[in-house]
Design a protein around this ligand. Structure first.
Ligand code: FEO
Length: 160
């Protein structure tokens, strides 16, 4: 497989790990604010990100590439509100989506059909990932800072 494409896939493997790390930081913030359901949801999200990373790990190895680990940047650990947490999550997912699209473009340029095929799963997954965050933002905006409404949302997210 083309070296440039392999390097880009390896970058995305690392970015998915970083995503998990970011979501764990968000979970820890929610936990510290006694929003256990939101924290649970974000821990599950982090696990999904590690699952995404392992898909890249498997694919790179299947294509005889070499997986390498990169340094991680420190995530944001404090937020002003729960709405801010999920707005940051949505922005992060939009960034992931653009990165996936760039990978598809690169794989297409390189005529790497296995990579194009592999990436299709992520194209679909990103629609769901962004929509999940949009739904939560919609609800959080609806209840604003009202305690009862926040507790209802927290309960719902705890059921993930
Ligand atoms: Fe792996 Fe949330 O994108």
């Amino acid at each position: 497989m083309n070296e440039k494409l392999l390097a880009a896939l390896n970058d995305q493997f690392n970015f998915e790990l970083l995503s998990g790390y970011y979501y764990l930081a968000m979970a820890a913030y929610c936990e510290s604010e006694n929003m256990r359901g939101m924290s649970h949801f974000l821990v599950e999200q982090a696990k999904e990100e590690y699952g995404h990373a392992m898909k890249f790990y498997g694919f790179i190895n299947d294509m005889d590439g070499r997986v390498t680990m990169k340094a991680m940047t420190e995530p944001k650990n404090d937020y002003g509100s729960f709405l801010e947490v999920f707005e940051a999550a949505l922005e992060h997912e939009k960034l992931v989506t653009s990165r996936i699209y760039n990978l598809v473009d690169l794989a297409t340029e390189e005529k790497c059909y296995p990579a194009i095929q592999f990436l299709q799963w992520f194209v679909e997954e990103q629609v769901e990932e962004e929509n999940n965050m949009k739904d939560i933002i919609f609800k959080l905006k609806g209840v604003q800072h009202h305690f009862h409404g926040l507790m209802m949302i927290d309960k719902e997210l705890g059921a993930r």
